[in-house]
Design a protein around this ligand. Structure first.
Ligand code: ATP
Ligand code: MG
Length: 560
């Protein structure tokens, strides 16, 4: 099979695949995405998913979903289910190619017996601490364990008894017999099996010895005929061990490992250990907290799967570690939602406006555009009446320079409606708080344009007081206040942003949103993109702010 010349330069992995196919090395490539079910997937995993499934798709190959479930202590069915949901949501399909490393436990065990018989593995009875001591350092070679030269018979006997459950945890391990003086510490007789007396989410109590990642992974790849086993750079030094397992076990297929740079993202953490800590210690509301970089959190926040895939495309695949700016992900989200999200009007911090020359008890329906980016999206009616709400931030009694919105005596446009002019400000006598604005409207400006050609400098969004639906809106900011959480103190929790969530309980949204369903996304005009949260229901509406629009006035203020 020959691969057509691409329009863009290939990344190094796609180049390898192209070369392998052109050389006739494989008829069809097979990749795999191998999550350990010990947490929820995050955006870093999305990079790996897009790469593995993407390459298989592009080159007419297959991609397996394989759970790397070799540690019964940390793994749970809940995680398996959540991971499958997330991969599907991202838009990828493994068909009937769902596998579990635990499906190969018997095979791995048989290969271990093979290694022992070939004199290439032995049972070691040093403690974990001793094994670490004997291993040496980057500058000193390791020392042989006193158990390294046990006979094949003794090793077989002990290993079988480990499996039979005769020993407590830590009493023995099975190690590969490679080279205690190797310059690569991973080759200094790595542990292949340890004893764990714990129930496994799939194999129950069938096993009490469990294989290590470095042993289980190549064997799983080989069992599935994986041609290109793609993993992150920290496994580069493990590749010689991967190859050793391939070469010394009677595997049915020879797989090869290739390493790419993991995704690092500013202002967040992408490590399951840290994410688990945030969830278990209650720093966030759960795995799908919209502030987390988990796929379930991003989904709940309103990030479209297309935007995440586009982001993974843009960052590309390379060999050099770097940190990607969160702003790039937000850019992708905005770009996608700009095309797809219907526009609506919502007022987050309402300020009442009474149109004094609009007849009492009267209302009318005005026509609003659903999506200027999509002519097929049509229009919808929005009600207008004598009493309205506008955004509190859109009015200033004493406007500074460059504030072009509503102020006493000033005229502005209400989107899709009329020009209004502020005539009076009604205040609470005691507190001085602004209670409402008294305005007049110009009936001749219906639709938002003056027949005499006069201009206004601002267009405000609004809702009709009598028709609006109440809503709760959650505004999210970054979960961490520094680009590299923990860089200064060593503890990433020190950099949690105390203001990462602000809840506005008293918002008003246009009546068409009364029919909105959880997961639906909208652009609130002039404010940003918002997604209906699953906490909505029975007449109550809760929105999550997915991402704000770029706000020119906020920028001016910040710059001061
Ligand atoms: P973490 O480092 O967050 O604990 P992990 O590597 O232990 O994650 P796995 O479930 O083992 O999590 O990962 C499954 C696959 O996803 C692996 O192939 C891993 O290399 C890849 N992966 C994990 N994190 C990233 C990341 N930040 N960028 C790219 N790929 C990643
Ligand atoms: Mg891992």
């Amino acid at each position: 099979m020959s691969i057509a010349a691409p329009t863009q330069p290939l990344d190094f992995i796609r180049q390898i695949v192209t070369d392998d196919l052109n050389a006739g090395k494989y008829g069809r490539i097979i990749t795999r995405f191998p999550p350990e079910p010990n947490g929820y997937l995050h955006i870093g995993h999305a990079k790996s998913i897009c790469l593995n499934f993407g390459i298989a798709e592009e080159f007419g190959g297959l991609c397996n979903l394989r759970f790397d479930d070799t540690n019964p202590i940390k793994e749970e069915q809940e995680y398996v289910d959540a991971i499958m949901e997330d991969v599907r949501w991202l838009g990828f399909d493994w068909g009937d190619r769902l596998f579990f490393a635990s499906d190969y436990f018997q095979q791995m065990y048989d290969y271990a017996l093979h290694l022992i018989k070939a004199g290439k593995a032995y049972v070691d009875s040093l403690s974990a601490d001793e094994i670490r001591e004997y291993r040496g350092t980057l500058i000193e070679p390791g020392k042989d364990s006193p158990y390294r030269n046990r006979s094949v018979e003794e090793n077989l006997d002990l290993f079988q008894r480990m499996k039979a459950g005769e020993f407590p945890e830590g009493a023995h391990v099975l190690r590969a017999k490679i080279d205690m003086a190797s310059g690569n510490i991973n080759l200094r007789d790595p542990v292949l099996y340890r004893i764990i007396h714990a129930e496994h989410h799939r194999t129950g109590n069938a096993w009490c010895i469990y294989p290590m990642y470095d042993y289980a992974h190549p064997i799983s790849d080989a069992q599935e005929g994986v041609t290109h086993s793609l993993c992150t750079l920290e496994f580069e030094d493990h590749r010689p061990l991967y190859d050793w397992v391939m070469e010394n076990c009677p595997v049915p297929f020879r797989s090869y490992q290739y390493e790419f740079a993991r995704l690092n993202l500013s202002y967040t953490v992408l490590s399951k250990r840290r994410l688990i800590k945030l969830v278990k210690e209650g720093h966030v509301s759960g795995w799908d907290d919209p502030r987390l970089p988990t796929l379930s959190g991003m989904r709940r926040r309103g990030y479209p799967a297309e935007a995440i895939r586009r982001f993974c495309d843009l960052i590309g695949v390379g060999k050099r570690e770097n940190v990607v700016d969160m702003a790039l992900l937000e850019y992708c989200v905005r770009e996608e939602l700009n095309k797809t999200a219907p526009r609506v009007m919502a007022v987050l911090k309402p300020l009442k406006v009474v149109i004094t020359n609009y007849p009492e008890g009267q209302s009318e329906e005005l026509e609003a555009v659903n999506n200027p980016e999509d002519p097929t999206a049509g229009t919808r009616p929005v009600p207008f009446g004598r009493e309205l709400y506008i955004e509190r931030d859109d009015f200033m009694e004493e406007p500074p320079k460059k504030f072009f919105r509503l102020a006493p005596g000033r005229e502005v446009r209400l989107r899709y409606a009329y020009f209004i002019k502020c005539q009076d400000v009604v205040k609470d006598e005691k507190t001085g708080d602004i209670l409402e604005l008294r305005c007049t409207y110009d009936p001749a400006t219906k639709g938002g344009y003056a027949p005499d050609g006069r201009k206004v400098q601002a267009t405000l969004h609004w809702v009709a007081a009598s028709h609006a639906a109440p809503a709760k809106v959650r505004l999210y900011d970054r979960l961490f206040s520094t680009p590299e959480p923990g860089a200064a103190t060593g503890n990433f929790l020190d950099d949690l942003n105390p203001d990462s969530l602000e809840t506005l309980a008293n918002c008003r949204v246009e009546p068409s949103l009364g029919r909105a369903r959880p997961g639906q996304r909208f652009q609130f005009e002039r404010l940003g993109y918002f997604c209906v949260d699953r906490d909505s229901g029975r007449g109550s509406l809760t929105f999550n702010r997915t991402v704000p629009l770029k706000d020119p006035w906020a920028k001016i203020q910040k710059g001061k």
